[in-house]
Design a protein around this ligand. Sequence first.
Ligand code: HGY
Ligand code: MN
Ligand code: MN
Ligand code: MN
Length: 413
Amino acid sequence: MKEHPVPAPGDFDRMWAELAAVGRGAEGGYHRHAWNGADTEARAWFVQEACARGLDVRTDRNGNLWAWWGGPGPGAVATGSHLDSVPSGGAFDGPLGVVGALAAVDELRRRGAARSRPLAVVVFAEEEGGRFGLPCLGSRLTAGEVSPERVRGLTDASGTTWAQAMERAGLDPEGIGPDPEALARLDVFVELHVEQGRALEDTPHPVGVAGTIWPHGRWRLDFTGRADHAGTALLGGRRDPMLPFARTVLAARELAGRHGARATVARVEVDPNGTNAVPARVTAWLDARAADGDVLEKVVAGVGEAAEAAAREHGVASAVTGESLTPLVEFPEGLRDRLAAVVAAAAPTPRVPVLPTGAGHDAGVLAAHVPSAMLYVRNPTGVSHSPREWARPEDCHAGVAALADVLQDLLAR
Ligand code: HGY
Ligand code: MN
Ligand code: MN
Ligand code: MN
């Protein structure tokens, strides 16, 4: 394959500045959601950058993008992340792992690193579930962990289905589904990601290694009452779904606090959503996470009981429906320790932090099928899923260099 010009070290900064302009709202948050305009623009940007490096870009049946250096082929090393965001998300969650991977390829070429096997830079589709509600759809479809029929029928706030949106983006929704070959050719997957927390900020380390991902999931909360006039309906006779909804939100917070878990209720739909009418229905999403699966189960069961009791008291019907559940992910110790040893060579102290996280990732999905690992880049604010998410440029560069070191080690094996 003819070699392509290796972009200058500063190419990370150029790429970062270019991509940072795609899908950013006036408030500084990002609105890249599966198959919408900004997501399509960001994906096109990635394809252009990958092709400029002579990588062979392919779109798989689930809409994930794979940019191959010497592949596709067996025994591959893969790295990458996602470009989609939560509504008004931060700049780093996802893109740092994609831009960082392209910059790491540049670095490997600059070093003239030996490559005994294929390398893929991958962009997974709909990691956040910002549009269709369910997370990691690109990787979970590929892993056969979510049914294609269910995904095709998912609807966004406007009622557009995944199938319609994917088709409008020029892809075939009828083809989505498990892709065992895509996983079978991978020997290892490494994801570079901004830390979603601030553990590294309290250390001299710009880069850390992932230890575990907490068990976590999403549940839909439905409350069905009876619409009525806000001014004439007597309080006693109302069947107002907003009241058990509100009580359930507080119960979720109280239960999570009591059990050392984390629970969030958001993405609330009130129907009809008038100012002078008691609504008929309230639907919301519970996001619950805990270091221990049994604790998570206890918290979610408690939320269900609270919802039912409050709904009964107000003559309202309620339902709590499990939408997605990710069990505890423990990244393989051997691979994790190997990454830590490689990163330690350039680290301020030999003890590279190994961190647990409450955040889900495509690497967490792949980990059940392919040896997987993650590198975290220090985030001084500790905030994520918000425009306040941040990483220092020099720490991003350190993350790219660490990823290049890790990839060089893996590619040479
Ligand atoms: O929700 C998560 O933890 C991830 O950011 N998708
Ligand atoms: Mn995220
Ligand atoms: Mn992410
Ligand atoms: Mn009226």
